[in-house]
Design a binder for this molecule. Structure first.
Ligand code: HEM
Length: 170
């Protein structure tokens, strides 16, 4: 691979790690912020807390998630990490994205029914985010061989079939 591309790996990895710290920290902090949504507070306090939670989600946690995913996708190609632990990690990243979307959904419900909506207990979204985080960190830091995971032959061999359109030779 081209030398200058390889030289960018530490930078992209730093961006990936900075992004995931903000993303994961935000996903753990958001449920606690949601816990402060008490309709019994004065209307002004309640509006301020809702506004702060909404801004944290939209201008901090979600962009950090997008940056983490983009930098991680670059790293797959730069590090040529086409290995089973990476695919296992991606399955748990998908679960983390579901937890992210769930927290966003709770926020949207609070915005739509500010007087009536009771957010779920903080512990449920915390667990939904923390479990995939810990599994992802274990996979990426231990990089287990996961040799037991095999793919069917038909996924690994060319099928010899013709594509339904012409592919340019160069
Ligand atoms: C779509 C999302 C993601 C992709 C495509 C991705 C991909 C990658 C790749 C290819 C590497 C380089 C591995 C190597 O150098 O051997 C990496 C490093 C790393 N990733 Fe991710 N990642 C994603 C999300 C996450 C998340 C959500 C976390 C944490 C919760 C995470 C934690 C890490 C850590 C700690 C490293 C550094 C590992 C090391 O240098 O040994 N990643 N990631």
């Amino acid at each position: 691979m081209i030398d200058w591309l390889i030289a960018t790996i530490p930078i992209i990895k730093s961006v990936h790690i900075a992004g995931l710290i903000i993303w994961c920290g935000g996903l753990l902090a958001m449920p606690m912020m949601l816990g402060r949504h008490r309709p019994a507070d004065t209307a002004d306090d309640y509006r301020q807390i809702r506004h702060a939670t909404h801004m944290t989600y939209t201008i901090c946690v979600t962009p950090a998630a997008v940056i983490t995913v983009i930098a991680g996708t670059w790293l797959i190609f730069l590090r040529e990490a086409f290995v089973p632990w990476l695919f296992a990690k991606l399955a748990f990243v998908a679960l983390l994205v579901v937890a992210h979307a769930w927290i966003g959904h709770i926020l949207a419900q609070i915005a739509e029914e500010p007087e009536h909506h009771q957010p779920p207990k903080a512990i449920y979204p915390v667990i939904a985010a923390l479990v995939p985080m810990l599994v992802i960190l274990t996979l990426v830091l231990a990089k287990p061989a996961l040799d037991g995971i095999t793919f069917p032959d038909w996924l690994l061999e060319p099928r010899g079939a013709q594509l339904p359109f012409d592919v340019p030779s160069r």
